[in-house]
Design a protein around this ligand. Structure first.
Ligand code: 0K2
Ligand code: SF4
Length: 421
């Protein structure tokens, strides 16, 4: 049961200099003459406050009260959620007080012990590690501003952290000053972008994943032999834009088996296919089956273009999804491979959500949930997954078990401009 108390001035002090409608979210609950109670679930409280449009500030919260009913002080709501954890928040205006009570109650209602099933592999793949290291090394080497065309990988935390260190992300090359350093993102670029960079005499460092680069090589090879190339992928995705640019007159894009029925090709005997690297394995098989049924002479890449990391994360997710009441996938909403993990869980019949970080978790998702399956897309940092476990442990004892379906050993060498001597 949550407790609502009025507070003396010491709580007011912890608000610090902020607007009166700001709500204080407790990092720890302070008690006189007793050890403080940590609040590892503070991100959950904060996320829900923000969804409700309330400004927040983090800090310690005194929970020793003045006598109940005393007027004029802030409203403080708190609850212990385990042997050594609690949640709490305080507000100084009426609206904030209502929200504080509702939010603390909503998380208290879903507190309790849980299991977490961790999928492995998860998080960064070799191509993402490489792309981020390229940008970091460029920053160290060149000192000045480093421009990156598009997001280096599709993750808002990765992008925000690099922006803080001086990286400038641009949509197109016209935003890069002449002669400046520009990094191409992990998703690759079309030849037209390379030509433009040359014309502008930009100092290019290419962070295209070698496995995306392999698809570009295949596209050129298939186009040179005169095939119509069917690219299976998502319209508008940066990787698809780059691959299409290798042979714009010879490549057609399909997304579904239904699209295959509407294809018009020059010569049905000379059709080949390629795929985006971050698609759902099973859905892509269906599209390729439809292509093969329509074009029996269909030729493809030597092995699947869906990369090892995408495949491994989907296999790992499938292994935990059926054992879970809820699946959480850490990743950003423009991350294709992360979205495919959510869909994978849903096809197993388990509710699943994509979250940028722990703040995105909603209390209603956890109602009746004893086992949470947890994974992360190839562009999502490991520490965000660790933090999800930490905050869940702020709602009650958590037992974590990892289910590893395969061990990844892939690594890629860095491009020459940033390679150590
Ligand atoms: O999954 P996406 O292709 O949208 O890309 P990210 O989320 O950035 O993941 C890394 C893959 C980059 C290239 O394949
Ligand atoms: Fe490369 Fe695959 Fe990672 Fe994309 S998801 S960067 S293709 S390893």
């Amino acid at each position: 049961m949550s407790s609502t108390r009025t507070r003396p001035t010491s709580t007011v002090d912890t608000f610090g200099p902020c607007a009166p409608d700001t709500v204080l979210v407790a990092d720890e609950l302070l008690r006189e003459d007793l050890p403080s109670i940590p609040c590892p679930a503070a991100d959950l409280i904060e996320g829900e406050m923000r969804r409700r449009g309330v400004r927040t500030r983090r800090g310690p919260l005194h929970i020793e009260s003045t006598p109940a009913g005393a007027a004029g002080g802030p409203v403080v709501c708190w609850e212990t959620t385990g042997e050594a954890a609690g949640i709490g928040a305080a507000a100084r205006d009426h609206h904030g007080s209502v929200v504080v009570r509702e939010v603390v109650d909503s998380w208290t209602a879903v507190s309790g012990p849980r299991s977490v099933l961790l999928a492995a592999p998860r998080s960064f793949c070799a191509g993402v590690e490489r792309a981020i290291e390229i940008v970091e090394r460029a920053l160290e080497q060149r000192g000045g501003p480093i421009h990156v065309r598009k997001q280096i990988v599709h993750n808002r935390h990765v992008v925000a952290e690099l922006e803080e260190r001086g990286v400038v992300f641009v949509d197109e090359l016209d935003a890069v000053p002449d002669g400046a350093t520009v990094v191409f993102s992990a998703h690759g670029v079309s030849p037209a972008v390379r030509v433009e960079a040359d014309r502008r005499r930009l100092d290019v460092i290419d962070a295209t994943c070698p496995l995306v680069g392999k698809v570009h090589v295949e596209a050129r090879r298939f186009a040179e032999r005169g095939d119509t190339i069917v690219l299976v992928g998502h319209a508008g995705h940066e990787e698809v834009e780059g691959t299409l640019g290798e042979a714009p007159d010879r490549i057609v894009l399909v997304e579904t088996p239904e699209d295959v029925a509407h294809l018009r090709v020059e010569d049905p005997e000379r059709v080949s296919y390629l795929t985006q690297t971050t698609l759902a394995v099973d859905e892509t098989d269906e599209v390729i089956d439809a292509l093969r049924a329509r074009f029996p002479s269909l030729r493809g890449p030597g092995s699947d273009d869906i990369c090892y990391a995408t495949t491994n994360r989907q296999d790992a997710l499938r292994a935990i999804a059926t054992e879970s009441d809820l699946v959480l996938v850490v990743g950003s909403s423009n991350s294709s491979n992360s979205l495919r993990l959510v869909e994978r869980a849903e096809r197993c019949g388990t509710p699943a959500h994509l979250i940028d970080d722990a703040r995105d978790i909603r209390p209603e998702w956890l109602a009746g949930v004893a086992t949470v399956g947890l994974s992360a897309g190839a562009s999502a940092p490991h520490h965000l997954v660790e933090n999800v476990i930490t905050v869940l442990a702020g709602l009650g004892p958590v037992s974590v078990s990892e289910h590893e379906t395969t061990r990844e050993t892939v690594s890629f060498t860095l491009p020459l401009p940033v390679r150590s001597p």
